[in-house]
Every structure is written in structure tokens, then in C-alpha cells.
Design a protein around this ligand. Structure first.
Ligand SMILES: [Zn+2]
Length: 181
């Protein structure tokens, strides 16, 4: 079993691994071309793509159109790219907490880093604000007493550290695989 297969297994995604791998490779190659974010929504059970592929900017994408397509009693996986190859931003995880139908959020970096977040229990949309506040509090603690260049170097690895340490307190599970796609 490869590290990707293992991560897909951990996140309950192996039944749609071929669809996921194809989409991840495709989205990554689009982001490599023009350095903006792309997003795709999948049905969790069938791996079928819903709606159109959305395009954003560098570091920003509006994905409400995807969430408006989700039916109440179905489960979905949302995938988007990060041109800077960073881990999840707070809004990425807010989506997961806000929508009960969303089972996983996956981010693929331009450098091939793969970040996965999935639910390990019932999540609570009220936790969105707790997550955002905790993120801000720990980020401030992290950057206090540091020079600006240190801060800039620090933020990207820190995103990974933040999600590793805190996902389980929101009933979420997080995995990152370096340069695998
Ligand atoms: Zn994002």
C-alpha cells in the first residue's frame, strides 16, 4: 500500500481513489499553469463530480456555488489547490464544520503536497468560531517576539503544526503527504 492509499484508507476514501487521483493531478496541473486556486466537488459515495470546476485567485477562491449544489442527505468531498502549497486556512476548515454533508476537505499544493481533513465524529457548526478564535490565539502566541522574516518563514510549517495538534478537538482528522502527487 502506498502512502497515498494508506491516507485514503484512513480517511475512508479508498473506494473513490482513482477518481480522486485523477482530479488531484488535473487540478494541480491547472494551478501549475496559472498560479491560481481551482476547486472541484465530488459525491463521496460515487466519486461523481458535481457542478463545474471553479477558478479563484492566488490564495483565494469562492466555493459557495459548490455548497449550494449539495443535497441534505448525501455526503461530499471538496478538493481545492493552494498555489503556495500551504496547509488548510481557517475558512477551509470552517466549511467542513459548517456543512454536515461535507465529509472531507482536501488541499493539493502546487508542489504536490496533499492535505486531508475528515470527520471522526459529529461536528458542530458552532465550533467554527471556536476554531477561528483558537487559530488566531495560537498564531499570535507563535509570532510574538519574532522578527518579520522569521514570521514569514514560520507561518507555513505552523499551519501544519496547528492542524496536527488541534483537529481532533473538533472531531476532525488531518493528514499531510509531502510531494506525492
Ligand atoms: Zn484553501
Amino acid at each position: 500500500m502506498t502512502s497515498i492509499e494508506f491516507a485514503f484508507e484512513v480517511h475512508g476514501l479508498n473506494h473513490i481513489k482513482n477518481q480522486l487521483l485523477n482530479i488531484l493531478k488535473e487540478l494541480k496541473s491547472e494551478t501549475l499553469k496559472d498560479n491560481i486556486e481551482y476547486a472541484t466537488l465530488l459525491n463521496y459515495q460515487s466519486g461523481e463530480i458535481l457542478g463545474r470546476r471553479l477558478a479563484g485567485k492566488y490564495g483565494e477562491i469562492k466555493v459557495q456555488e459548490h455548497f449550494d449544489l449539495m443535497e441534505k442527505d448525501k455526503q461530499y468531498v471538496h478538493i481545492h489547490t493552494h498555489p503556495d502549497s500551504s496547509s488548510f486556512s481557517p475558512p477551509d476548515i470552517k466549511h467542513l464544520l459548517d456543512y454536515h454533508q461535507l465529509k472531507n476537505v482536501i488541499v493539493i499544493g502546487k508542489n504536490g503536497d496533499l492535505h486531508l481533513m475528515g470527520k471522526i465524529g459529529v461536528t458542530n457548526f458552532h465550533d467554527s468560531s471556536r476554531m477561528a478564535a483558537l487559530f488566531k490565539k495560537q498564531l499570535i502566541e507563535e509570532i510574538e517576539n519574532k522578527e518579520l522574516d522569521q514570521i514569514i518563514q514560520k507561518i507555513n510549517p505552523w499551519l501544519h503544526k496547528f492542524w496536527t495538534m488541534n483537529s481532533s478537538s473538533f472531531n476532525l482528522k488531518y493528514s499531510t503527504l509531502r510531494g506525492v502527487i
